[in-house]
Design a protein around this ligand. Structure first.
Ligand SMILES: [Zn+2]
Ligand SMILES: [Zn+2]
Length: 147
């Protein structure tokens, strides 16, 4: 059976000398259940349904820690790229397209990025540790998108 996201995260935290706390668990459970990209305020709203006392500042602190620990990803999906959206880090790498008209986010996978990494290693001897690719444009096939 596949291990739960919380168990895997607890291992990663422990390896870095950190503990799984009730608040960290809560944030991870919300992200797992949402199965989409949530910003800190959306997460805070969900968290308050289960723990009235949790503050937005605590949610921000928890997100920063989980991000630094490599457990969640931070994405800048808005048009002005100012707001961080979070999702659980998964080993199979995916990328994002945002529609500039309706804001819809499409996730996709591609082998091209692995090819680029291999090329960089071969040509320049560098190892890529972080890749940020984000496409923006317009939907053409979405009935809901006001063209
Ligand atoms: Zn659209
Ligand atoms: Zn995503």
């Amino acid at each position: 059976m596949a291990r739960s996201i919380v168990d895997t995260a607890a291992d990663k935290l422990r390896a870095q000398g950190l503990r799984m706390t009730a608040q960290r668990r809560l944030v991870l459970e919300i992200l797992e259940a949402a199965n989409s990209h949530l910003d800190a305020e959306m997460l805070h709203q969900h968290a308050r349904e289960r723990d009235q006392s949790i503050s937005l500042a605590t949610v921000y602190r928890t997100l920063n820690l989980l991000h630094r620990a490599g457990i969640i990803e931070q994405r800048f999906l808005d048009q002005d790229h100012s707001r961080g959206y979070y999702e659980i880090h998964d080993e199979s790498e995916h990328f994002h397209f945002t529609c500039l008209t309706c804001g819809k986010v499409i996730e996709f996978e591609t082998d091209l990025v692995a090819q680029i990494r291999a090329e960089l290693l071969e040509k320049y001897g560098v190892i890529v540790e972080n890749t940020r690719i984000h496409f923006e444009g317009r939907c053409t096939r979405h009935p809901d998108c006001p063209q």
